[in-house]
Design a protein around this ligand. Structure first.
Ligand SMILES: Cc1ncc(COP(=O)(O)O)c(C=O)c1O
Length: 469
């Protein structure tokens, strides 16, 4: 059994874990442990070992013991000792099983499609690195020491204040910092809410993200599909469900906003039945026509859980989002989060707070909105010219378009796209398995994903795979 573990980084710039075991004395145990570390490949040829002094202190053994162990391993050829460069693992010291090993090829880089028109990702090459770094630096400089302790599960107050102001100004959300809980994005919010805080059955739009339906199914929540038409979800179909999940700003994926009368009707339903509306505001900032579409939450903050994240506006890699809660759910959600923040890193939260308060977020969203609008216009123009029989819909907002196809051609168009290296989704991929009505055939084309320089070629390739008249 091991009687001592050390973890020494001094002198080698990396952790060194040594297990001193056995009954043959400290010197022999140390020799065995070091030999095993070299033989097993944990200490690679050329790696520097810690100075005698620090390893001895870490292990609680005499400095001579370490010196003797090193000398023994130098004599055996495992280590080399040279004046000025300390003790290192010998260049020839090969791991015991080196010859038995199957040669490991450098992992092939996963080759993505040539043209990535999948929905779901913003242009990763446009991440505002300099502005984010400036916010991060300021946030770290100004953060009080307590910010580096365990995080508050509600989220940093700086961020919740910034979000309160931002969401009111940009999305018409009515709230206060005490009703905001920071999370790592929409999917995380669903996991926090279901099943601990909310239970099914839950009405959902008949077309939506399968991943979210799977999360709900995993939480034993039965989802009931609501039909869609040009005014969005038919909320008149709502009955005894306990809640409804909607994408009111930009129905995902078909693309229209929820009609004002339906917004009012869904609030009426929630009030009459004691139901709750879960609002997924996934790309609420990207609206291109002049009509602003505010959050449904603004109509009744006590009936709507409003959820947003930076996944579309900045990057899905940041894993930062927020839930704006009716007061009655705040404690229950915090109870699910536990005593300490376990998901959203505090420095990132502080950086986002600075990013918002300094105006960088507004500037970035404005710049990206212009860029995505130009892309949308190029897509629409290219299709008008090269495939005028294909109708483009859902393009007043968001980062994707829906191309309506002639009946019966969706599957073959998706296959043709795969053959031509164009990644995109068929509309049918998003259909709820119990949906009563099917939308016409269509392709969901994300126009944000390619880098700027790759976009023209992607649109060109897309036009080449569309079914003829
Ligand atoms: C419909 C929909 N909701 C929400 C999100 C955001 O998800 P998350 O915040 O978990 O990254 C996305 C992102 O792609 C989405 O497509």
């Amino acid at each position: 059994m091991a009687d001592s573990w050390v973890n020494s980084a001094e002198g080698i710039g990396a952790d060194l874990h040594l297990e001193l075991a056995g009954s043959g004395g400290r010197r022999a145990a140390l020799i065995d442990a070091l030999r095993e570390a070299v033989r097993g490949g944990r200490l690679a040829p050329g790696t520097g070992l810690p100075p005698y002094r620090s390893l001895a202190a870490d292990l609680g053994v005499a400095r001579n013991t370490v010196g003797d162990a090193y000398a023994e391993l130098v004599a055996e050829g495992w280590l080399t000792a040279r004046q000025g460069s300390g003790t290192r693992v010998a260049a020839r010291a090969e791991p015991l099983d080196a010859h038995a090993r199957v040669p490991v090829k450098a992992p092939a880089r996963a080759r993505g499609p040539r043209h990535d028109l999948r929905q779901g990702t913003p242009d990763a090459s446009s991440f505002p690195r300099a502005a984010w770094l400036a916010s991060y630096r300021r946030a770290l400089q100004q953060a009080p020491n307590e910010a580096f302790g365990p995080g508050d599960p509600a989220g940093r107050i700086e961020l919740r204040r910034a979000l309160t102001e931002y969401l009111a100004r940009v999305r018409g959300v009515r709230t206060e910092p005490g009703r905001i809980v920071v999370c790592s994005g929409f999917a995380h919010a669903l996991r926090l809410l279901f099943p601990a805080v909310l239970q099914g059955p839950l009405a959902v739009e008949s077309y939506g993200l399968g991943f979210h339906r799977e999360l709900l199914a995993a939480a034993s929540v039965r989802t009931v599909p609501l039909s869609l038409d040009e005014d969005g979800a038919r909320v008149g179909e709502l009955g005894r469900e306990r809640g409804v999940l909607l994408t009111p700003a930009h129905q995902f994926p078909t693309g229209g906003p929820l009609h004002p009368e339906r917004r009012a009707a869904v609030i009426d339903w929630a009030r009459a039945r004691g139901g709750v509306i879960v609002e997924d505001d996934y790309d609420g900032e990207f609206r291109y026509d002049r009509k602003p579409v505010g959050a449904v939450q603004g109509l009744d903050p006590e009936r709507v859980i409003h959820i947003g994240s930076v996944s579309k506006s900045l990057s899905p890699a940041l894993r930062l989002g927020w839930m704006v809660l009716p007061e009655r759910y705040v404690d229950a959600v915090l109870a699910v989060k536990g005593e300490r923040e376990a998901w959203a890193g505090v420095p990132d939260q502080l950086a986002l707070a600075d990013f918002i308060v300094s105006g960088s977020y507004d500037r970035h969203v404005r710049r990206m909105r212009q860029r995505y609008r130009r892309r949308r216009d190029r897509l629409v123009a290219a299709l008008a010219e090269r495939a005028p029989h294909i109708e483009v819909t859902g393009v007043a907002a968001g980062l994707h378009a829906v191309l309506r196809l002639p009946p019966g051609t969706e599957q073959s168009a998706v296959k043709a796209a795969v053959w031509q290296g164009v990644a995109l989704d068929g509309l049918g991929d998003f259909r709820h398995p119990e949906a009563v009505t099917a939308a016409p055939d269509g392709l969901v084309v994300g126009y944000a994903t390619p880098a700027e320089h790759a976009y023209a070629a992607a649109v060109d390739a897309l036009c080449g795979v569309l079914p003829p008249v």
